[in-house]
Design a protein around this ligand. Structure first.
Ligand code: FAD
Length: 457
């Protein structure tokens, strides 16, 4: 029973779909960022493969009691553990804010129903999300991305993988001197090399059968675009403190902290030379130095011939923290900003990438994107903001979210979210020990719950 207006809307919709470009896209990582990127790309009509090194979706929310063999995480050859979760962790954001915009993080019977639940509850929510949107079918588990490089061939030979720096010169010429209006015409494609870990069971069976073919499987696949969602809370950043190399006590990074028990009764057992001196003149003897000094952005698999670099914890040059202008739109990053409400931000970045790749929306010219990046850098310097705060969006995160939403015709962030975030920040500062169990934003909570429940139905 369609009326004329419905028919017209459908015709416009199908016309829009007909002009959309579909790309073959690799998503690296099946954490909160990779999952929503996969959903948005698929919704927009792209063909998606998600590569995930682990055995499950959830990324950092999959608690792993294992720790690395180098507790400071400095040894590049250490056996690495992805998640930095510790056993007792509860979220630092209320669940109403934390969830994706259109898939509320509601309490479920029989699970942790608290407003600030434990980490297992977030892992379950992400698993629910993946199941709800049939994303598990897109994920290649136990498959590590080892190399992502620029590809300019016809798909037949290894030599097609660009492996000389003249390519960068060519890109710089094409991208900057030629001042292309449509950077999508650059048609950079990517080779993605993966290593699929054979399951222990299969390996065992092979050994029992004296079979030889038990090596991991290494595969190269060519993609139109790559979306990097590998997380940035795995590679410890360790502060350099004079004298530390001679200090005799135990040192570790918070990445390798899991439970408090080993630290019970540690401090005050004074040892003769285990002294730590602080800037304000205080000194004391300690057993353990636990470095809670953050993490480094790391893309060990990415080879852009120096076009994208990580310097002083800033990934760049990037237009709006997502697209490197010279390689846009075929290379993009989801999830770099910090001090944000992550899941909704990931969702909006992903929508934007999906629309740009399908050409439902377009980017400024390469020249204009580069100019924007440069003026952003100048602004940071003028305001005295250190480079390692490049991706710190704290006070402007909702402005950023709304800008992203506008790029792809989505609604701006609801005002209750912004208010609730501000209240949550304030309460957290005032009552760091109790903010998860005592709050007073009842009006906002009511508004949020009725909004989210309506969304669910
Ligand atoms: P990740 O969750 O790290 O996922 C990245 C995925 O990529 C992983 O599954 C990894 O295995 C995979 N991967 C990496 N490299 C490769 C490769 N080469 N090949 C294949 N796969 C690869 N956020 C909140 O909203 N609320 C909180 O309360 C909160 N608390 C936090 C507490 C801690 C201790 C930490 C570390 C983070 C916390 N966060 C919190 C932030 C959290 O990081 C984000 O919420 C979000 O989960 C990050 O998702 P991601 O997908 O970007 O990264």
């Amino acid at each position: 029973n369609l009326n004329g207006e419905d028919e017209l809307q459908m015709a416009i919709g199908s016309d829009k779909n007909a002009t959309k470009q579909s790309c073959k896209v690799a998503v690296i990582g099946a954490g909160a960022a990779g999952l929503v990127a996969a959903r948005e790309l698929q919704r927009e009509g792209h063909e998606v493969v998600v590569y995930e090194e682990g055995e499950k979706v959830g990324g950092v929310w999959l608690y792993n009691s294992d720790v690395e063999d180098d507790p400071l995480g400095l040894d590049p050859n250490r056996c690495s553990v992805h998640s930095s979760m510790y056993a007792s962790l509860r979220t630092n954001l209320p669940r109403e804010l934390m969830g994706y915009l259109d898939y509320p993080f509601l309490p479920r019977e029989g699970r942790d129903v608290r407003r600030f639940p434990r980490h297992e509850e977030v892992a379950s929510y992400l698993q629910d999300f993946a199941e709800e949107f049939n994303l598990l079918l897109l994920v290649k588990f136990c498959t590590k991305v080892e190399y992502v490089g620029i590809y300019r061939g016809d798909g037949n030979t290894e030599a097609d993988i660009v492996n000389d720096s003249s390519f960068k010169q060519q890109l710089l010429r094409e991208g900057c001197e030629d001042l292309r209006e449509d950077s999508a015409n650059l048609e950079t494609r990517w080779v993605v090399r993966t290593r699929e870990r054979r399951q222990a069971v299969e390996k065992e069976r092979d050994v029992l059968n004296f079979a030889t073919g038990c090596e991991d499987q290494v595969t190269d696949v060519i993609f139109d675009a790559v979306v990097i969602c590998n997380g940035h809370y795995s590679q410890p950043r360790v502060a350099w403190i004079p004298g530390l190399e001679k200090w005799p006590g135990k040192q570790m990074h918070s990445h390798n902290y899991r439970i408090a028990e080993p630290f019970r009764d540690k401090v005050e057992l004074v040892t003769e030379d285990g002294t730590v001196h602080f800037q304000d003149g205080i000194s004391c003897h300690v057993d353990v130095i636990l470095h809670c000094t953050g993490y480094l952005y790391s893309f060990p698999f990415l080879d852009t011939h120096g076009i994208v670099t990580v310097e002083n914890s800033a990934v760049g040059p990037l237009f709006e923290h997502v697209f490197p202008p010279l390689l846009a739109p075929s290379l993009s990053f989801v999830g770099l900003p910090f001090k944000v409400v992550p899941f909704p931000l990931f969702e909006l970045q992903s929508k934007w990438i999906a629309c740009i790749l399908s050409k439902s929306s377009s980017l400024p010219s390469t020249k204009d994107m580069m100019a924007d990046v440069q003026s952003f850098e100048v602004r940071l310097a003028e305001e005295g903001i250190p480079k390692h705060y490049t991706h710190n969006l704290d006070s402007c995160q909702f402005e950023y979210d709304n800008w992203l939403a506008a790029q792809c015709g989505s609604e701006p962030i609801e005002s209750w979210r912004i208010k609730m975030y501000k209240v949550a920040q304030k309460i957290r500062k005032l009552y760091p020990d109790s903010y998860r169990d005592i709050w007073d934003d009842y009006d906002l909570l009511d508004e949020a719950q009725s909004y989210l429940l309506k969304l669910k139905t």
